[in-house]
Write a protein that binds this ligand. Sequence first.
Ligand code: FMN
Length: 343
Amino acid sequence: MSLKIGDTFLPHGLMLAPMAGVTDRTFRRICRSHGAEYTVSEMVSAKALCYEQKAKRKESAASPSAALAAIFEEDQPMAIQIFGHEPEFMREAAQMLESGEYRGCISNTRPVAIDINMGCPVRKVTSNGEGSALMKDPALAGRIVREVVDAVKLPVTAKIRAGWDASSVNAVEVAKILEDSGASAICVHARTRNQFYSPGVDLGVIEAVKRAVSIPVIGNGDVYTVADAKYMFERTGCDGIMIGRGATGNPWIFGEIIAALEGKEYVSPTNEERIAQALTQLEVMIRERGERAGFAEGKKHMAWYVTGMRGSAAARNEIMCAPSPDEVKGIFERLLSEQTEEV
Ligand SMILES: Cc1cc2nc3c(=O)[nH]c(=O)nc-3n(C[C@H](O)[C@H](O)[C@H](O)COP(=O)(O)O)c2cc1C
């Protein structure tokens, strides 16, 4: 239940999972402040990052991949995740991210690891042979890891799935190849690609990978509570846990798990504290991205924060339709007053 990746020590092995469109800089920092010991960037296309270097455009023009890969001192320890299927682009992108010498780079520090995405199930990605499609080509997956390992000094990790589909569960085979290719740790999302995110994970796959390799294994999938986390550790013997959707609207989950692992008392946040955290997140998102994009992206987070409160289902719909941050604040105030009445 502790973990080392390169020089980075995670006392409880608790990580925030990468989620494109969700785990942006603001949310990653909030999770860190509540106990997440390690975060990973949203996935960055290796090819797009390379192409952005060559594009004929002004130096000041937006560089979307570079923005996704941005990393600052206060984000550490953080890995940057790349996806792709061509070893040469993966190598080039990893080198750029390690050196920080690339057009559009706004980072003031370097990642502690490069993570390789072998789990994304989205057709747009898999149809190019990328993300979870690499589970169908273990030899290529190994070549990619080897190419990146040979190109950078940073540790290289990979995030895989159980397999492509129920008839081709091959996480153990892939994990062994990746270990032989120089990977420093492997995260196993215990679902096949064809399961996408449907409920239910096969923890036996994580256990089997843990038995098969000697590098750290991180379990992932459906950890929403302390009990889920403890069960994943106990059932699989994994060294760390990555939490994705269980942290949305509930970044406190990391601190709660740490308290449980240390046998310490844990005091859950009040509804007022939940709402205050939500509003701080929205404020920062708006400051960083501008009112329009920050609010559009922030709304779903606001809706997640009210989960579990009385009247949350209706409030979530209202939040998603709200035209302004002030309107969202009003919904929160009304919701809070309704909770107080209950006591
Ligand atoms: C909206 C969304 C975006 C995701 N984006 C990524 C990504 O960029 N890279 C990645 O490796 N996994 C991505 N995932 C998968 C998660 O990291 C994680 O493996 C999955 O959600 C299962 O963990 P959970 O049950 O704790 O959420 C994404 C998942 C979701 C729901």
